[in-house]
Design a protein around this ligand. Sequence first.
Ligand SMILES: CC(C)(COP(=O)(O)OP(=O)(O)OC[C@H]1O[C@@H](n2cnc3c(N)ncnc32)[C@H](O)[C@@H]1OP(=O)(O)O)[C@@H](O)C(=O)NCCC(=O)NCCS
Length: 160
Amino acid sequence: MPDPTLRPYRPADRAACLALFDSNMPSSFLPHERAEFIEWLDGLDGSSSEACEYSVVEDAGQAVACGGIWWGGDPQRPAGFAWGMVARDLQRRGYGTRLVLARLERLRELGVAEVHLDTTQHTAPYYARFGFLEMGRVPDGYGPGLDRVDMVAQLERSGA
Ligand SMILES: CC(C)(COP(=O)(O)OP(=O)(O)OC[C@H]1O[C@@H](n2cnc3c(N)ncnc32)[C@H](O)[C@@H]1OP(=O)(O)O)[C@@H](O)C(=O)NCCC(=O)NCCS
């Protein structure tokens, strides 16, 4: 079987990425967040004011996961992860790890020292495995039943 590949998002991936989002709704994403995700995807054509990149993990020709990074904005929140997700029925097979490690590597290349993310109470323990520390938690912060957990990781410089 071919190994999964990680490649840059293309506009033709839009429907597949929305299907990945939908597969995780409402367990991890709430319906009102769908419009925000569409705005993110549609801003990847360079029209967004923020520097950002989005990647797709493809396995056997199928988009199985996607996740992004942004950087260079507010000095208090210099860079971070955005919209990371794996198809609901394909989780716990390593696709998420592939995405996390690639994104951390890319941010290191960009000279980023501190990576922010926000996620739900269900996924915070997952990111903690990669060195993210909880900085705050808002009960029902995304909507009923989904707390918002803010997390930060410090990156070591490449080759350090
Ligand atoms: C969170 C997510 C990206 C993880 O991706 P994944 O492909 O399922 O995870 P992996 O297979 O890489 O898991 C690696 C390890 O983390 C563990 N793990 C997976 N999900 C976990 C969780 N929610 N909490 C704690 N550990 C978790 C796995 O058991 C595995 O452990 P092992 O190496 O000891 O076997 C995926 O579950 C997902 O898309 N969730 C829904 C969307 C979401 O919440 N995204 C984040 C907010 S933007």
